[in-house]
Design a protein around this ligand. Sequence first.
Ligand code: PLP
Length: 475
Amino acid sequence: MDPESFRRFGHRVIDWVADYLRDPETWRVLPDLNPGEFRRAVPERAPETGEPFERILDDFERLVPPATTHWNHPGFLAYFATSASGPAILAELLTAALNAQAMLWRTGPAATELEQSMMSWILDFLGLPASWDGTINDTASTSTFYALAAAREFASDLNIRELGMSGRSDLAQLRVYASAEAHSSVDKAVLALGLGRRGLRKIMPDAEMRLDATDLARAVAEDRAAGVRPIAVVATVGTTSTTAIDPVPAIAELCASEGLWLHVDAAYGGPAGALPELHWILDGCDRADSLVLNPHKWMFVPMDCSVLFTRRPDVLRRAFSLVPEYLTTTDGDVKNLMDYGVALGRRFRALKLWFVLRYFGTAGMRERLRAHIRLAAEFGEWVAREPSWERLMRSHFSVVVFRHHPPGVADEAALERANARILERVNASGEVFLSHTKVQGRYAIRLAVGNLRTEERHLRRAWELLRQAAHDVRS
Ligand code: PLP
């Protein structure tokens, strides 16, 4: 594409994005289509000869948005709602243009050093130890996998880097501990590390869905007595289902006395620690060995951007560093990002963080986080005031977990059926999208505020749709 064509098409693309961001509500938040329908609209083979770019953009406009679930829609209230903010979208364009593969410092000096600066900025924003090291990965699942790989390496007497794990009669069953409410990425990391399902012991949460530190201590002691080797604990600040906060100070104390690696999953909840009134959610995290936080969840940057902090970068490096001849350099004491994970090539993800943190400023970031928490609290009050609705768990964050529960109905299976139908009807509207969970076996609807464009009117509409659907389902 010659530069002048690029300029012309670039303007058209930016115009499309600007219109999209101005009027996201033009689209259904959840598309109305059947599996396979989109695929059928795409030819089976790549074209033999190149096509005019106008036609490619026409097809994008015609086919893709109607078959997309619009995470940038203000009515997106499912899972953990997120935002791709303007400055971050523009940064992504520049990232693609530069196409830096920052595996080595010399293959991406700005990408490498800006990543280091952004890690310091985020540590400062959250009030976490300035001495920590951080790297950016694609997702929290990857970050947690890397953290637990470091935990396994931290048990250095096992010599797993050299000897591996298979065929060893000298190796005890290794075990990681987490709340039963921890994210499934912990299970996946344990599986991928070859520890097997039995390598993860899940601790039943307390009434507020937090990991019980006394039960954790008992489990560790029991396992040691049975010849199992505990290696790590994962604590969560903001669980996926109900945003519960595990008691990190007590868990950190136990990990310190037992010599266990403590990984904190603050993928969603972490940013709220930047608010002085909520800084306590990060209590004890300064004693963690690693902590993951996803700017692509609640820091207004688009997929993908997950930050893994550790106070033991040397151990993380020991788990992953391997330098083939062609990647050796004489650059001296520099950080080479390829040493901190499986991926060799590293995207210039720090650019979007730089743009966002500068564009909003830390005060602007805090203001927006507070606005989301306030909106969710307001919605929670509407639910709590209505006798036939019930809030199942309180949240310090921007999520409301609730269900329709007419007085006198005690049949859990009937409640589940009714709430699932309510949710289905509401989501079929195309105006809002909510998701569900289970809290202590009870089916619940989940509303998450996290999009920069969500306003009170969107929540009012969601509430109206929910009540209407409850009425329709009952009659
Ligand atoms: N940890 C928590 C608490 C989550 O809620 C999620 C996803 O929602 C993850 C980890 C995994 O995030 P990712 O999609 O970045 O792997």
